[in-house]
Design a protein around this ligand. Structure first.
Ligand SMILES: NC(=O)c1ccc[n+]([C@@H]2O[C@H](COP(=O)([O-])OP(=O)(O)OC[C@H]3O[C@@H](n4cnc5c(N)ncnc54)[C@H](O)[C@@H]3O)[C@@H](O)[C@H]2O)c1
Length: 392
């Protein structure tokens, strides 16, 4: 059993509690922190949490707490992580790790210097569909991954602080691009160094300082491209989709609007349909088990099993730091309108795969094979000596 302090009782604190306690569980939320007493009382009574506090340090330093879960707004992650590390507690932090790479690196240094366990709570690399797809990619079903396109778009966040650039660290990129970036990194290979970013971002709809729409490309050292598409201006619910394209195959994932349940009601549903659903009438796309579909169940299983076994989880503060560094480069690119280098203070992984994908037959490199309608096989090849491209 792991005894946890839950810092923050908002939307994500509630999802985390559902994942940790919603089904038969061996872990405990020992104490919860929220800014307001009202929200704290609702949360502690809903989840049967024995103690609550509106003082952050009281929750972190509680003697019966083994691990601290940071689920507060972005501007509070740094102070909470440093306090937890200094108290000698394991630290699990929601996304984004920091508001920028500087904060994320300070958090990484704090946990490393204190020698405490650290996990980056990037749930979307743990969805059952993503884990299945990652397994297929890792066993080689797609060959070498060339392009990963990841999208998270919805009509905008549910709390005021997200819309405040100072508190959040940015807009849709830091809020949702962080998911898309880590999804792409996971498929391309976390040992492959991300090199540079080009990004367009704009405030298209809302009266805010931050971007409410952005599209970016991340180039990796092996030539692979990660593409993120994020928007707070999208209408129609929450669109969570990933496409993985490799030399030998393709995977398309749709996590939210086409989950397998499509329901029409002329009278409408009186109940909650799904996160960020805009409609409770007409065609609807409910989700069977949101905590599972969004990866929270598998994420906490990995995190807490890793903590008990004394190993690193799939996602650590180093991963969160890499993501923040990519996000920072994206913001620089919006300003400069150019490719911007990803500045990493350190890189932990071995040199990535730089291999060419081409297949060779004698003097010819095969560009493409295709079975034509008349039943013949066409090979388009390049003569390595002359450079000529021809049909064979
Ligand atoms: N998929 C995900 O992993 C996911 C989804 C949503 C949010 N998040 C992250 O979780 C964190 C919290 O987001 P949320 O959606 O739960 O937010 P929320 O607004 O729903 O809840 C925020 C919580 O923090 C407390 N709080 C303390 N100080 C505050 C302050 N100055 N302003 C506002 N709230 C304050 C509130 O009382 C509340 O308990 C953010 O870092 C966000 O990026 C992650």
């Amino acid at each position: 059993m792991v005894r946890l302090a839950m810092l923050g009782c908002g939307l994500i604190g509630d999802f985390y509690a559902q994942a940790l306690l919603g089904q038969r569980s061996r872990d405990q939320i020992r104490i919860a922190y929220s800014r307001t007493q009202e929200r704290l009382d609702q949360f502690t009574s809903k989840w049967n949490v024995p103690e609550g506090t509106t003082e952050l340090l009281r929750a972190i330093e509680h003697p019966e707490v083994d691990a601290v879960v940071i689920a507060t707004p972005n501007h509070m992650h740094l102070q909470a992580a440093i306090a937890a590390a200094q108290a000698g507690k394991a630290v699990l932090c929601t996304k984004p790790l920091g508001r920028n790479a500087q904060e994320a690196y300070a958090m990484l240094q704090a946990v490393e210097q204190a020698g405490v366990f650290h996990g980056y709570l990037e749930d979307l690399v743990y969805t059952p569909k993503t884990l299945k797809a990652l397994g297929s990619v890792q066993e080689g079903s797609l060959g070498k991954v060339l392009w990963v396109r990841s999208r998270e778009t919805h009509p905008g966040p549910h709390s005021s602080w997200f819309w405040n650039r100072e508190l959040a660290g940015g807009g849709a990129i830091v809020d949702m691009g962080c998911h898309c970036i880590e999804i792409a990194r996971s498929f391309i290979g976390k040992n492959i160094r991300p090199i540079e970013v080009v990004c367009w971002g704009a405030t298209q709809v809302h009266p805010i300082d931050s971007e409410d729409h952005a599209i970016g490309l991340v180039r990796y050292e092996n030539g692979a491209i990660g593409q993120f598409e994020v928007s707070w201006s999208f209408r129609g619910g929450m669109d969570l989709r990933d496409e993985i394209v490799g030399t030998e195959g393709t995977i398309w994932l749709n996590h939210w609007l086409r989950t397998g349940i499509e329901m029409f009601s002329s009278v409408g549903s009186q109940a909650y349909v799904a996160e960020k659903s805009e409609s409770s009438k007409g065609w609807m796309f409910p989700v069977g088990n949101e905590a599972s579909a969004l990866g929270y169940l598998d994420m906490f299983e990995d995190m807490l099993n890793a903590f008990e076994a004394g190993r690193s989880p799939r996602e650590t503060f180093f991963d969160g730091y890499v993501v923040n560094s990519i996000v920072d480069a994206a913001y620089r690119s919006i300003e400069s309108k150019r490719w911007e280098p990803i500045e990493l203070v350190r890189w932990e992984h071995v040199q990535g795969d730089q291999d060419s994908n081409s297949k060779q037959e004698g003097d010819f490199e095969i560009i493409k094979r295709e079975l034509l309608p008349d039943g013949t096989e066409r090979r388009i090849v390049k003569n390595r000596k002359t450079g000529q491209i021809e049909n064979r």
